[in-house]
Ligand binder design. Sequence first.
Ligand SMILES: Nc1ncnc2c1ncn2[C@@H]1O[C@H](COP(=O)(O)OP(=O)(O)OP(=O)(O)O)[C@@H](O)[C@H]1O
Ligand SMILES: [Mg+2]
Length: 282
Amino acid sequence: MNGEPVIEVVDLVRKFGDRAVIDNISLKIHRGETLVIMGGSGCGKSTLLRHIIGSMRPTSGSVKIFGEEITAMNEREIGNVRKRFGMLFQSGALLASLTVGENVALPLLQHTRKTPEEIDEIVEQKLKMVGLSGFENLKPSEISGGMKKRVGLARALALDPELLFSDEPTSGLDPIMTAVVDQLTLKLTHGAHMTAVVVTHDMTSAFRIATRMIMLGHGSIVAQGTPDEIRTSPNPEVQQFINGEADGPIPLNLSQDEHVDLQHVKPRPCVAARNRFHHKHG
Ligand SMILES: Nc1ncnc2c1ncn2[C@@H]1O[C@H](COP(=O)(O)OP(=O)(O)OP(=O)(O)O)[C@@H](O)[C@H]1O
Ligand SMILES: [Mg+2]
């Protein structure tokens, strides 16, 4: 790999209370790569992405995107870097009051001076890419979960980003739509030299798109390598994860240690929910 990495993370640490959710992670991503990040639920994948895009500040460590240190930037400076990347959030994060088309148009309105006609044309083209032509005027509440996900992807691609972050882009999609989204990622990384960082639990999709894979566990990198290296990894945690086995070295739940570490969270009896519920509905 030649040239400067598009993303360089060095010794990243993020603690919540006493618990390091990101525990000294370093990684580099080069142009045109598709890095797949995997790992059990709650291991810190979304938190890692949030630090890379600058929406969370680390406890310590460095994050460079396009060679620029973003951990010390203010909102305006980060805003300038954000124009160059797209982000598909795990929850979709569509604005409920806007139509599908308006959601996709949002980054174009915020970051460009394009005319309404130009914006309409781009919105139509991006929705077509994700198989949603003609859905412009529906509200997010009027489309399915998988469709919302694809609208989120269309919005993330609105500015033709050099860099795409996707947090679970294919969860909730049927196998055919998953293949459509994967092919889109491949086309953009191969054809347009886009760089992609994709968090996914979908192993079919992961092995289809990855040029490199990282498995996280307990806030650190458990394993990394090419898809072939990961497939043949001797690490039992990796094998348990990629083969989806219930029994293995990865525990089902938070360990007792991690429960102890959660003590910074203020306890509230679960019955408090009953009072809130009655207050709202009764
Ligand atoms: N703002 C926060 N305050 C306190 N703890 C947090 C915060 N954000 C995340 N965490 C904790 O960090 C851990 C990792 O969360 P994260 O959302 O990164 O997991 P994940 O790997 O993306 O999981 P999933 O696969 O379920 O999406 C969890 O234990 C979570 O409770
Ligand atoms: Mg997550």
